[in-house]
Design a binder for this molecule. Structure first.
Ligand SMILES: [Fe+2]
Ligand SMILES: [Fe+2]
Length: 145
């Protein structure tokens, strides 16, 4: 029997990695070394393809969808968080060296803010209010490639 909230462990681990990445990205933007900025654009695209997009899908299908159906008082909060997903999805393919420093800085701040809101505000709500079936669906999620 797992404790309520432990179903969120995988997403929370990914959040820890996102916070580490956001900190590193802020340092890259600060240094503004052109080669490093270029390499970081590539790194971010790979991170998006291999991790972030799947993380977003996991949350959208198993966290946000049940909120829209059955925890409707949290729709405004979920909508704001979904807007962040959209903004990050738009930003990654548009990264380019001419604006890389500002874009990477902006992305890092957004990723950090978004991740902290989910981890500190959204996940405690879910752990408390989701049904056992809804929490189990978070663990059982398999992404569609
Ligand atoms: Fe998210
Ligand atoms: Fe997240």
């Amino acid at each position: 029997m797992i404790n309520r909230g432990e179903q969120l462990a995988k997403l929370s681990q990914e959040h820890e990695a996102s916070l580490v990445l956001a900190k590193a990205l802020l340092e890259v933007a600060e240094r503004a070394d052109e080669q490093e900025l270029l390499a970081t654009i590539d790194k971010l695209k790979t991170y998006n393809d291999e991790e972030l997009e799947l993380h977003f899908q996991h949350e959208e299908r198993t966290v946000f969808a049940p909120i829209f159906k059955e925890h409707r008082e949290h729709i405004p909060f979920a909508t704001a968080l979904l807007k962040d997903h959209g903004e990050m999805r738009r930003l990654i393919p548009n990264l380019h060296i001419g604006a890389a420093r500002e874009q990477i800085h902006y992305f890092a701040e957004l990723l950090r803010k978004h991740t902290l809101q989910e981890e500190q505000e959204l996940f405690p709500l879910i752990a408390e209010q989701f049904t056992d079936e809804q929490l189990a669906a978070i663990v059982d999620f398999t992404p569609i490639h």
